[in-house]
Design a protein around this ligand. Structure first.
Ligand code: 4AD
Ligand code: MG
Length: 465
């Protein structure tokens, strides 16, 4: 095939500069036609739309055209022409075709359309080739980009926190251990414990559950920072909203209280949703049509309405008075389940909700303690269909109060002394939050299972691909 610079299909479909020679490369979605002519629908991942390639049998031969089957990868040089067919304006009159990789129709798993999402999870290595997953992963990209754009515009610095840590940021204990010790022959101390001094880092380490603690150090020097990286939780929650490896965005801001923290969280999610709606119109329209007819309405609703703000105690009162039978009981002090969160959002207020001032027992040690001695300045943002999408708080800035709480919870000062130092040297009021990236992708795509919004999901008993 002669050398012409490749054009992406998204760019070809957007222009009307006909009768020029172009080159496209991509994967065949379908081939149909008759004895004289073949129509090949080609997709290169740059857009949900295919471009139609028209190939004459006389020119290419019947055998050759027949070998261009669904899933095959081809390159085409030809003329960009105005389409005669319905529903498309641009097609390619093929002059040269090269088959880069054939795809055996007898064994190609995506030979037919209409597979279930469950089946596609079993072939995670090929599902990006489908319209659905192409759309989802393009949306994922644009969302990530929008997040960086938002914080960059606000003057926040992208701060890189470690993935391997010695501390348990959330104090929840559901961590993956990191070790180079030989598990079949563990070194022991005199009293029979594992001797971590012989481990790679000379101490016990794990994959991070959150970059927040290190992020706070960043905020106490740079003013406003955000992290955006993978986090790992070994909680055995096999739900449609939990992954063992997920991405989290954690801004941390000096000199703000919980109210400004809520303002930023609300402004931030609205901005990135609006950005994705603007930049992924075709993909969102496709998902709206195929999976969730209320998707676009829901997205518009969220960006145009103020989130309701109320305290956990007020939320509990509403739930208790609702007369609704929940699977998990509601009482002051209970950790809210997604059924409770969704009742408040979908049935009671009918808009996103920010709950604040949770009982200290169900929240992390670092949250600012209220004067009542019972609650802390935590905040959860709750979304329709999702439940909790953001968790955050104003941080306890007082050295003594934070130290007391750490000791009350019997947490190890060995691993947290550096964190306490921020409260010793130039402490300041500050706050931040964590957005679960995949939960927001769920919201933006209308998908209902978090395994379908990350290319290679990690869940209990599942790390095959
Ligand atoms: O509420 P979480 O546990 O908060 C923190 O980790 C804080 N350090 C954040 C901060 O204040 N900087 O987690 C934050 C968000 C949740 O609201 C949820 O959206 C998401 O992370 N998340 C998960 N997403 C997918 N799978 C899991 N297992 C998740 N656990 C939390
Ligand atoms: Mg939370």
């Amino acid at each position: 095939m002669s050398e012409i610079k490749r054009t992406r299909i998204v760019d070809l479909l957007n222009q009307h500069n006909f009768n020029q020679k172009i080159s496209v490369k991509g994967w065949v979605r379908t081939r149909r036609g008759n004895k004289q002519i073949a129509f090949i629908a080609l997709n290169d991942g740059s857009t949900i739309h295919n471009i139609q390639v028209v190939a004459d049998t006389d020119k290419f031969g019947e055998e050759f055209l027949k070998s261009i089957t669904t899933g095959a990868c081809i390159g085409v040089n030809g003329l960009l022409v105005e389409s005669q067919g319905q529903g498309q304006t641009t097609e390619i009159q093929a002059e040269e075709i090269e088959i880069y990789g054939a795809s055996d129709p007898a064994t190609y798993p995506l030979q037919k359309k209409g597979h279930t999402l469950e089946f596609l999870r079993e072939i995670a290595h090929l599902r990006p080739r489908t319209n659905t997953f192409g759309a989802i992963f393009r949306i994922r990209h644009h969302l990530a980009f929008a997040i960086h754009e938002y914080f960059n515009k606000q003057g926040f610095f992208y701060f890189h926190t470690p993935l391997i840590t010695a501390s348990d940021a959330e104090g929840a204990g559901s961590m993956f251990q990191v070790t180079t010790l030989n598990l079949n022959d563990l070194p022991q101390t005199e009293n029979g414990a594992i001797d971590y001094s012989q481990d790679f880092f000379g101490r016990s380490t794990n994959l991070t559950v959150s970059g927040q603690l290190e992020g706070e150090l960043g905020a106490m020097a740079l003013g406003g920072i955000y992290t955006f990286g993978p986090t790992f939780r070994a909680e055995n929650s096999n739900t449609p909203r939990h992954l063992a490896e997920f991405w989290m965005i954690e801004p941390e801001i000096a000199f703000i209280d919980i109210n400004e923290n809520m303002d930023i969280a609300e402004d931030f999610v609205k901005y990135v949703i609006a950005y994705v709606m603007q930049h992924c119109k075709d993909d969102i329209e496709f998902l709206n049509k195929m999976y969730d007819n209320e998707l676009i309405d829901r997205l518009n609703f969220v960006i145009h309405n103020r989130f309701v703000r109320l305290t956990y105690s007020e939320g509990i009162e509403i739930l208790e008075k609702s007369g609704k039978k929940f699977e998990y009981p509601v009482y002051w002090g209970a950790d809210l389940q997604s059924e409770h969160e969704r009742y408040l959002v979908e049935e009671h207020f009918k808009r996103p909700v920010i709950l604040t001032d949770y009982p200290k027992e169900i929240k992390s040690f670092y949250m600012k303690q209220n004067d009542d001695g019972k609650t802390v300045r935590g905040m959860d943002v709750l979304f329709p269909k999702i439940g909790e999408i953001i968790g955050g708080s104003e941080r306890e800035a007082d050295y003594q109060k934070l130290l007391n709480r750490i000791q009350e919870l019997h947490m190890s000062l060995d691993n947290l002394w550096w964190y306490l130092d921020t409260r010793k040297f130039g402490t300041a009021p500050h706050a931040g939050f964590g957005l679960g990236f995949e939960r927001l992708v769920l919201f933006l795509t209308g998908m209902t299972n978090i395994r379908d919004v990350i290319p290679f999901p990690r869940t209990p008993k599942n790390a095959a691909f």
